[in-house]
Design a protein around this ligand. Structure first.
Ligand SMILES: [Fe+2]
Length: 390
């Protein structure tokens, strides 16, 4: 049996209508001046945005809205936001939106009590020494799991790199998960964020650092995504599917916050940063290629994934049962409209070296069950480009 530590400091409030309790949640953390971080367009226009502000005002909490976060938030956006947050003299931070506003809010809250630019922390020039402002997250997508993780991913647009920073003190204090907020999510966003959640669950389940509690969380997340992602994409008003996907994203987040990610994210980050491909889509494209390459490291876990995704593996040997997990992911991708190859989104064959050069530096690459060197990553990326037939 593996030794492990399990620490889940985020209080989770999971309920339809939970968003209306944000004012009291803020007060319970001692907040009187909230800095509300959200995206530039869609989330601000959501009817729930008004409900959040109303609940805060009714609880006597002043609100400063910062609706300036773009997809894949940049160093500049976060530094600027951190400076505005300081001027606002906020005592609590609220993130309302998908993974991008959540990660941005996390980084900005940290910078309230730690000097310098976010770039200093991304480059390792400074270390996080103090806990930032308390953070409450209200996810509007079912994918990033960022509402329960210690990490934030920031894009350096100059070097075209996406870099994660992580510290236990950055973990949100409260996550308010309200599936009703996900109903208006367009089906393409449901698909890309949902496949991101599946990637988190699978990468953390097969990770070197996985342990029994992260496994339980990840495997159930895989089961839920296998059962409900197609339904959520097919009909956004399917409340049961929305609820199960919200739960799956949360459980995958808890899983990967403990077990860590691996090569899929390691490759998806440069793909996203260099070619502007959405995080979930980049992960969704890479996931089966990485799975197929890594399966022989742990057939038993891949067999579990196949079963969790609803595959009938009876009578199969362990190798074939493991491969069935890859086939199931391919089928799910196809059904929800995630492209099969990077080439389909315009990534040229000449990009292999620049993608691999960045991916090999990914901090969690050794967490992949099969230990991957440059030659291995090259084969995987070539396959994902359709250069070599799997
Ligand atoms: Fe992700």
């Amino acid at each position: 049996m593996k030794d492990f530590i399990f620490n889940m400091p985020t209080k989770v409030v999971f309920a339809s209508g939970a968003v209306n309790g944000i004012g009291q949640v803020c007060r319970s953390l001692g907040g009187t001046k909230a800095f509300l971080v959200t995206g530039r367009t869609s989330t601000k226009n959501s009817p729930y945005f008004g409900q959040i502000v109303k609940s805060l005002n009714e609880a006597g909490v002043a609100v400063h809205t910062y609706a300036e976060i773009e997809a894949d938030p940049s160093v500049e956006t976060i530094d600027r936001g951190a400076s505005v947050m300081k001027s606002a003299n906020a005592d609590v931070v609220i993130a309302f939106g998908g993974g991008s506003p959540t990660d941005a809010a996390k980084a900005m809250a940290m910078l309230q009590e730690n000097e310098g630019s976010i770039l200093d922390y991304m480059r390792g020039r400074r270390k996080i020494a103090s806990a930032g402002l308390p953070l409450i997250c209200i996810p509007t997508t079912a994918g990033s799991g960022s509402e329960v993780t210690a990490a934030a991913v920031v894009t350096d647009r100059d070097s075209k790199e996406k870099i994660g920073i992580s510290h236990e003190s950055m973990t949100p204090r409260v996550a308010i998960v309200d599936p009703m907020l996900h109903v208006s999510m367009p089906s393409a966003v449901t698909a890309s964020t949902g496949i991101d959640a599946l990637t988190h669950a699978i990468e953390a389940y097969i990770a070197v650092e996985s342990h029994p509690l992260s496994d339980a969380s990840c495997l159930h997340a895989i089961r839920l995504i296998g059962g409900y992602l197609r339904r959520a994409v097919a009909n956004g008003n399917d409340i049961e599917a929305r609820g199960k996907m919200a739960l799956a994203s949360l459980m995958a987040g808890i899983g990967f916050n403990h077990a860590g990610l691996g090569a899929v994210h390691g490759i998806a980050h440069p793909v996203g940063a260099q070619f502007g491909i959405a995080h979930g889509v980049a992960n969704g494209i890479m996931l089966p290629y990485v799975m197929e390459y890594c399966a022989m490291a742990d057939y038993a876990k891949f067999r579990d994934i196949a079963v969790a995704l609803g595959e009938d593996i009876s009578g199969m040997n362990e190798r074939d049962a493991a491969k069935q997990a890859v086939i199931a992911v391919m089928a799910l991708k196809q059904d929800i409209g995630i492209p099969e190859t990077l080439s389909a989104l315009g990534v040229p064959p000449t990009a292999v070296d620049t993608i691999v050069k960045d991916a090999i530096t990914y901090r969690r690459l050794p967490n992949s069950p099969r230990q991957l060197k440059i030659e291995d990553l090259t084969i995987i990326v070539e396959r994902a480009l359709g250069i070599k037939i799997v």
